[in-house]
Each structure stands twice: as C-alpha cells, then as structure tokens.
Design a protein around this ligand. Structure first.
Ligand SMILES: [Zn+2]
Length: 227
C-alpha cells in the first residue's frame, strides 16, 4: 500500500475493499485520524503508519468519524487498541448526532449488518456541534454539520492549508446517497449550499479520490441536485 502524502501534515491511505479512505494529520506530538474503515484491514493501515514512522513521537491521537456508517467506524476499536499499545492516548470525536448513534450502538443506522458485524461502542469524548473547533497541535479543524447522507454527517475544515474533509457528503463528481436511514436529499442540498463560499484548496472525501478542482466539482454536484 502506497500512502498519498499531502504536505505538510496529511497522509491518505486508500481504503481496501469497502473501507473508507483513512486520513492521518500530524502536528507535533498530536495526531488526528479521520475515519477508520470497516476494521477488516486495520492492520494493513497500521503497518504503513509504522513503516513510514508517521506516528513516531505522537503522544495523543483523536479519532474523528465523519459520520456513523460502518465502513467509516468499524475500525474504531481495533485502531484505538493498536495506538494505545504504542503508548498513545486516544480520544474519539464526532458530531453529537453521530456520537449518539455510535454510543447507542444503533446498528440499524450504522449499517453494520451489511458487513455481517456489530459495531463495538467506544466512548466519544468530544461531542461536537456546528462551528466547534478541534485542535491538533497548532492546527485547527472547524466542524461544519452537513446532514443529508446521514443526520450526523459533518465536514472538517482546516483553514491553514484550506483542506476540507468531506466524508460521504461530497465526492469527486457526485454526492453521498440519501436513501439510507436518517438520510435526506433536502438536507443534503442545504448542506451543499453551505459549503459554497468556503475557500477550499483540496477536498478530501471518504471514498473515490481527492477533489483538486473544488469549485468546479461543487458546480457539478449542485447541478445533480438541481441547485
Ligand atoms: Zn456513508
């Protein structure tokens, strides 16, 4: 597996199989991991982090889930366990609606049954609201609540490098589906409108590759939603 390095702080690992892509952002002795895949291949990702030394010197990690679907949260427990065995303190963060579903182990919303699994509940320390800021070293990540794909779906914006982690809200060329539990096309359209006007250099979605032409991509997906 070849990591995609996005200087100066970010590394993307392409999800294997049904797994979401997994992002690691590092600053000083703190790290942010965005989504964890289904958990089936967690050791493959850990191997790359280990081999490349991405976590050397990290003392504290926050695992942020962009939303409550199993292909983004199924690896939470395994990756937490692995980080803790390396002496790293781990805390979880998510929008409070995603946190509610995950802590309540609502497998029907999490879609665990698609994968023949149950979600292993983890305590979520940071139950975020729209506009809250997650600090990792000197970096700031602003949470934008963007419901539509699910009720708790959210994006993380890093204004320094103008990165936007979009989860399953926006992909390259399309948007997340809205026919799953707690999904809403109307809400998704409103969320996409909220992303307009944001200064984005690079979009980093949960699947399907980076969005390098943010403005044009936004025009495309708006057209798809009839906006
Ligand atoms: Zn999803």
């Amino acid at each position: 597996m070849i990591p995609v390095e996005i200087p100066p702080n970010t590394v993307m690992l392409k999800g294997i199989g049904w797994d979401s892509d997994i992002y690691l952002v590092r600053d000083g002795d703190e790290a942010l991991i965005i989504d964890t895949g289904t958990g089936t291949y967690w050791n493959r990702y850990a191997e790359v982090w280990e081999r490349e030394g991405y976590l050397n010197g990290v003392r504290r990690a926050v695992i942020f889930n962009t939303h409550e679907h199993f292909d983004h949260v199924g690896g939470n427990s395994a990756i937490r366990g692995w980080l803790e065995r390396r002496g790293i303190k781990v805390l979880f963060a998510a929008h409070r609606k995603t946190a509610e579903v995950l802590e309540g182990q609502e497998d029907y919303v999490i879609l665990s049954f698609y994968y023949g699994r149950r979600y292993e509940a983890e305590k979520i320390s940071f139950k975020l609201r729209d506009g809250d800021v997650l600090k990792i070293g000197a970096l700031r990540f602003e949470l934008m609540h963007t419901p539509g794909h699910t009720a708790g779906s959210s994006c993380l914006y890093e204004p320094g490098e103008k990165l936007l982690f979009t989860g399953d809200t926006v992909f390259k060329g399309t948007v997340g589906r809205t026919d799953l539990p707690t999904g809403s096309r109307t809400q998704l359209a409103e969320s996409i409108r909220r992303l307009e006007g944001l200064d984005v250099y690079l979009g980093l979605p949960g699947h399907g590759g980076l969005i390098r032409d943010w403005e044009e991509n936004l025009r495309t997906v708006k057209g798809m939603l009839g906006l």
